[in-house]
Design a protein around this ligand. Structure first.
Ligand code: HT7
Ligand code: ZN
Length: 853
């Protein structure tokens, strides 16, 4: 397969200022006519190249006359004599046979599109690259009974009746946009509508389109959209720019959602919510994704990417924006903890494995494989670091400059950093390494102290491990927030300061330090690095109870838990007492809210413990973690019961306080269960049956699903029967079983893959079982290799339908170097089997072959 390289970028030879698209829609046969006005870009030479993917030209005309053309790698090439021409093409496509869900496809009886990154070329011939910005006029015709609603980007300009029960609609988008932001929907849909008045007084009609019966589940998404619109005005001064903003929810979608100009298309899991079917986590995710897609209107649509290597320009910045939006809706500390947990669970392993790549990659085979945690989440951390270095006022001045200077253009990461430099009045030369060097930096920190002289020093060292293609790394610019506390008095010794670590080693000196200092480092997780310290269990216990930065308190507790678990794995048993004391202290701290307590007392996941070890031993980690859970459950049983009871009587309400109470209640239930208390299963079952919301019902189900009580099967059956007509809740039923810690989970998951409700064709369902199972470290890594074989079989089968979704299931298999020889060999041989599969997509080929290198 062809490799595309960043250094090979050349500006397009031809621009397309205008396009008129005409769709004659039908699921089996859709005719697409396109009329492009094309203009030579400067004095460039060469033919007009119109990308195409599996398209056959039915007609090609230039300036009204049949023209000569040729095909090359699916693209249509036309030699044009002048500098400006009118080019018409015609193709026929079959949306109902489109199982890849890229381009125009059918979902739940409706027709919809997904064009990012390269789906537009599956609809019509076009220069399908983000630096070609075009004004779109779209006309579509369809059967009126089957598709009463016809939507596209921009504003509706006309509609009418046709013969044979068909009708038409026309939409114009006044903003030039790249083809990946094109969208069209034809469906039998109902709308939940509202209006939003912008800061300059313009009235915008908002509409969320879903199946009629789902309308009652759209209020939260609509409310979230209004909040996001107001937030972007207040925080970034960005206002919406069209008269309508439409969102459509579809059940079959490769990703979370898509920011098409004026017509966002969403995976229905990020729109539909009511208390009976959506967890608090679902509610939060809906608000975050609705905001994310809305924020793209400026960071992505008004200013787009010059090429796909710049993807983090829009994605990193937009994730940063949606994280801050969510932080402002509730507890900022808890949000930061959640974001760091996601980064550590998804991005750190990516950065440490065979698929590691810089935030601005240098090459790709299939761009869809680069919608990664590195581009999104590490990319967001880069923006956050620049915001920390500049401070809030200069950061806002820098984003204002960026939005003004690059509005209406296709920009680069470099353009963004240059705005930060200019408005911040600083030099970010070294900081740019964050865009080009892959790998998670490691910082080693130690404190020295001379009691006599009162001198203390914080010694810092940094290094970035080698990653594929990058054996040697230069030191990075790391913004580290640090503070010193007195080990005996607990008092602040030195106030928080921002250390900009730029060399491999540095010493930060402190004077007048009378007692031994304890360092609180990387407060607020100011840099996305791994910090290694020699802090004792006692020091970590102290910080977990007294640090005045909530993130640092959480972090100290996590480190204490991790150290304990790693020692338990290495020595067969560890000293649980310091963790138990710290958890007890946190549970009873009256200054902490329940949401924070719930996060702080949770043990690190099996896989995060594994990430700390040179060779991951899934069984030993599982046993060590279960033993610590059991001891925490037993020693603090009365405390857990008290916490549980305190939160029990709440009626459902979606507020930060009520969410925090539910979170702590379910964490407490888990520990009561871990204690082995004889009434734990009935407690869970009563919660399961009496819950007035999905958070409590699924929390109880998860506890039961990992246990051996006879209530387990009953609860799973009740849940299944109650929600058998709700696909999103059935996904939870599959996931809960895939994540079970029972010994028989591998066999149970294989059986579930044959269940009548399981299908690889729906990405949510495929991920709910296969994706979740591969996150269950102990079950997936069963030493028989059954988990590897099963997942490889599913990837091979899914690749024939939907290569993008298949490729996303591959990375867990690629981590074979992290495991013992037996497991490593079995994982490798499954990767080899995948690579040898005839007709493999380039999506899966790229992931599997890079994992073998
Ligand atoms: N910008 C959107 C990316 C996206 C996508 C990428 C590849 C394949 C399918 C896709 N659907 C949406 C989503 C976002 O980041 O907002
Ligand atoms: Zn995005």
């Amino acid at each position: 397969p062809t490799v595309t390289r960043r250094e090979d970028y050349v500006a397009p030879a031809w621009l397309v200022p205008e396009i008129a698209l005409d769709f004659d829609l039908s699921p089996g046969e859709t005719r697409v006519r396109a009329e492009l006005s094309v203009e030579r870009n400067g004095d460039s030479s060469g033919p007009l190249r119109l990308d195409g993917d599996a398209l056959v030209p039915a007609a090609v005309r230039v300036d009204g006359a049949d023209a000569e053309w040729r095909m090359e790698d699916g693209a249509l090439l036309i030699d044009l004599p002048g500098d400006s021409h009118r080019v018409e093409t015609e193709v026929v496509i079959a949306p109902e046979r489109n199982t890849q869900l890229m381009g125009l496809y059918a979902s739940g009886g409706n027709l919809c599109t997904q064009c990012e990154a390269q789906g537009f070329r599956r609809i019509t011939f076009f220069p399908d690259r983000p630096d070609v910005l075009t004004r779109y006029r779209v006309r579509m015709a369809a059967d009126k009974a089957r598709y009463p609603v016809l939507l596209s980007n921009g504003d509706p300009v006309g509609s009418g009746e046709l013969e044979n029960g068909r009708h038409w609609a026309e939409w114009h988008d006044p903003y030039p946009k790249p083809s990946y932001l094109f969208a069209l929907v034809a469906g039998d849909l109902a709308a939940n509508r509202a209006t939003f008045t912008t800061q300059s007084g313009r009235e915008v009609t908002l509409a969320i389109w879903v199946r009629e019966r789902d309308l009652p589940k759209t209020d939260h998404a609509l409310e979230s959209l209004k909040r996001a619109m107001a937030w972007d005005e207040q925080v970034y001064g960005r206002e919406y720019d069209l008269d309508v903003f439409n969102i459509v929810a579809v059940d079959d979608f490769n990703f979370g959602a898509m920011e098409n100009k004026g017509l966002n298309i969403f995976n229905s899991r990020y729109i539909l919510a009511d208390p009976d079917t959506a967890t608090d986590h679902d509610y939060d995710a809906i608000a975050a994704v609705v905001a994310h897609e809305y924020f793209h209107n400026w960071s992505g649509n008004r200013i787009t990417c010059r090429d796909w290597f710049q993807l983090s320009l829009k994605e990193g910045f937009t994730v940063y924006r949606d994280q801050k939006f969510s932080a402002d809706q509730g507890s900022a500390a808890v949000k930061r903890i959640e974001d760091v947990r996601t980064l550590r669970a998804a991005q750190f392993p990516e950065d440490a494995g065979p698929l590691a790549h810089p935030v601005r990659p240098d090459s790709y085979i299939e761009i869809s494989n680069f919608y990664t945690a590195t581009i999104y989440n590490k990319g967001a951390e880069l923006i956050g670091m620049m915001a920390t270095i500049l401070g809030p006022e200069k950061f806002r001045a820098a984003t204002d400059l960026y939005f003004t200077r690059f509005d209406g253009t296709a920009a680069t990461c470099e353009d963004f950093v240059a705005c930060m430099e200019e408005a911040g009045g600083i030099d970010l030369t070294q900081f740019r390494l964050w865009y080009s060097q892959a790998g998670t930096p490691r910082v080693t920190a130690s404190v020295t102290h001379e009691a006599g002289s009162g001198r203390a020093a914080l010694n810092l060292r940094q290094g970035v491990p080698p990653t594929p293609g990058q054996p040697d790394k230069a030191p990075m610019l790391l913004p580290l927030k640090v503070k010193l506390f007195g080990a005996e008095s607990g008092r602040e010794i030195a106030p928080e300061q921002l250390v900009l670590l730029s060399d491999s080693e540095a010493e930060i000196a402190f004077e007048g330090v009378g007692e031994r200092p304890v360092a609180s480092i990387n407060r607020g997780f100011s840099a996305p690095v791994i910090v290694e310290t020699d802090r004792s269990a006692a020091d970590l216990g102290f910080l977990s109870g007294h640090d005045d930065d909530p993130f640092a308190r959480y972090e100290a507790m996590q480190q204490l838990m991790l150290d304990t678990l790693v020692e338990s794995v290495a020595r067969g048993r560890g000293d649980h007492a310091p963790v138990i004391d710290a958890v007890r202290h946190t549970l009873h701290d009256p200054d902490l809210d329940k949401a924070f307590i719930a996060e702080a007392v949770l043990l690190p996941s099996d896989s995060f413990v594994g990430d700390q070890m040179p060779v991951v031993d899934p069984e030993a980690i599982f046993r060590a973690r279960e033993a610590l859970r059991r001891d925490l459950g037993r020693e603090l049983e009365a405390d857990w019961r008290e916490a549980y009871e305190a939160a029990r009587a709440n009626r459902f309400e979606y507020s930060p306080a009520a969410k925090g109470a539910r979170r702590l209640k379910n964490v407490a239930l888990g520990y009561i269960n871990a204690s082995g208390a004889p009434d734990a299963a009935s407690l869970a079952f009563v919660q399961f049956e009496s819950a007035d919301n999905m958070t409590d019902r699924q929390g109880a189900l998860a506890t039961l699903a990992s246990g051996t009580s006879e209530k387990r099967v009953a609860a799973l059956d009740i849940f299944y029967n109650r929600y058998s007509d709700n696909a999103l809740v059935l996904d939870k039923w599959f996931t809960t079983q895939a994540l079970s810690s029972r010994d028989d989970t591998p066999q149970a998951v294989e059986a579930l893959a044959k269940h009548k409700d399981f299908s690889l064709a729906n990405p949510n369902r495929a991920r709910s079982l296969i994706g979740a199972f591969s996150m269950n470290q102990r079950a997936f890594h069963h030493d028989s290799g059954s988990g590897y074989r099963f997942v490889a079989d599913q990837i091979i089968a899914l690749d024939k339908l939907n290569p993008q979704t298949a490729a996303k299931l591959l990375p867990p298999l690629g981590r074979w170097r992290r495991f013992d020889e037996n497991r490593g060999e079995r994982m490798r041989s499954e990767l080899e089997r995948i690579v040898a599969t005839p007709g493999l997509s380039k999506d899966v080929f790229e992931q599997a072959s890079k994992s073998l290198d």
